[in-house]
Design a protein around this ligand. Sequence first.
Ligand code: FES
Length: 575
Amino acid sequence: MAATRKRPEDLRSHRWYGVKDLRSFGHRSRTLQMGFAREDFAGKPVIGIVNTWSDINPCHYHFKQRVEEVKRGIWQAGGFPLELPAITLAEPFQKPTTMMYRNLLAMDTEELLRSYPVDGAVLMGGCDKTTPALIMGATSMNLPAIYMPAGPMLRGNWHGEFLGSGTDSWKYWAELRAGNIDERDWQEVEEGIARSPGHCMVMGTASTMTSVAETLGLALPGAASIPAADANHGRMATACGRRIVDMVWEDLKPRDILTADAFDNAITAIHALSGSTNALIHLIAMAGRAGVALDLERFDALSRTTPVLANIRPAGKFLMEDFYYAGGLRALLAQLRDLLVLGCMTANGKTLGENIESARIYNPEVIRTRENPLSPSGGLAVLRGNLAPDGAVIKPTAAEPHLHKHTGPAVVFKSYDDMNERIDDESLPIDEHSVIVLQHAGPLAAGMPEWGQLPIPKKLLKRGVRDMLRISDARMSGTSYGACVLHVAPEAFVGAPLALVRDGDLIEIDVEARRLHLHVDDAELARRRSEWREPPQKYKRGFGALYAQHVTQADKGCDFDFLEGTAETPEPDIH
Ligand code: FES
């Protein structure tokens, strides 16, 4: 952080507004055209509010109001707010997957901040990919930035039972297929599961990533846990607006905050939350933008020493609303003091340690103490072996324990369509010991959608089977559960070992030993590889073609190779 405060003539926006030439005449007259007075903007920090609101994003449906609350804070602190809409990335609707567009929002964010007269930014996100995308873009641009999390929606409700986003959809979908509930029940679940603005309210990708943003120090303390519908959420939005103006004067930038220690803190939080497997991909990409080298091994190392304390679905019992009432993220982090680097700087100008100093747990059933963890370690585990030379991930806390160590014959599906066609075929030779394998669902093959919670065949569901070992190069929704090995790298599309698995091959998993092994000898694998043919590229033009040319594999964060790193991009010429 800079020791001295900036002066108005040091502001980046001064080049647009403050100089005496024909161009700045245009900038001023066009701002006055919108009804602003000269004193509204002259010599003030211009704050770009990157807003991912849209009519198709239910998780950000309250952002129309929140953006006014952010603006209120910016005006209060003497800044000039400018709302800059960015691509929305609405998880439930965008196909083939929002993952394909995360880097597009990152580019959108970076270029909005670069090309306009912005001194600092408020990043409004929450729905899964919006958080890492906004942070990636803002980190690359490296102007002062604060993240405003959307907040989780209220608990779902059905017949007096609490429902969790995604998690209970999968659960009751399986019950419907097994014949245990009827269509009317299913429709009522549909009507009760999402009943307020806000992101998914289990510890899915959204709650994990907003908690990551707060632990990293990019959000105000306590911000990530506030339910979207709570009046405190609006006050938090206004506080973000106030704070960013001072961050500009102080010149507190993302890369001052995003150190290797801050990423270690975030990984520790992910494990203690039993957070989404998607976080591994996003954190590696975010760290890459900050110039911090991060790999899967770091996640695994910290997983072994971090207890799971958040008793939240899908790994636990409660929902984000309960987490907030129980003390929220600050209370959880306070339990982990000895595992965190407390001196890390955060957006409010204080250290992480100072921010969690007074935090307390109000419900030790929801946020467990260190003496009574949900699990002593292992929120996530990174597996390696001849089936995943560059790694794969599993969430052991969301899998049935007997599948942590298991060997079974593979039942292989070549694609998602192939799986959908055959999975419920009564004649499919499969039982609860089988290992379901899905190929061609990785970053290049399909944009890496959340297909990784592969369905259990109907005939096994009817027999009461609710978990099986499943392996793919896809991702899995953070709201999902089960013994699902994900992110197998390299992916099948590039001819990796996953592409060479055949029906009946024995596959062994040993989570404790972090092992994923295909029991096929090297000579046979070499023979199969010689028969393998590269699949055709799907996209001939457009964003899909750009994506296919530049996306990296899951273990590298799926960023675009030309966006990684901290090499400087020139400021725009203002002529
Ligand atoms: Fe937006 Fe889950 S759909 S967070």
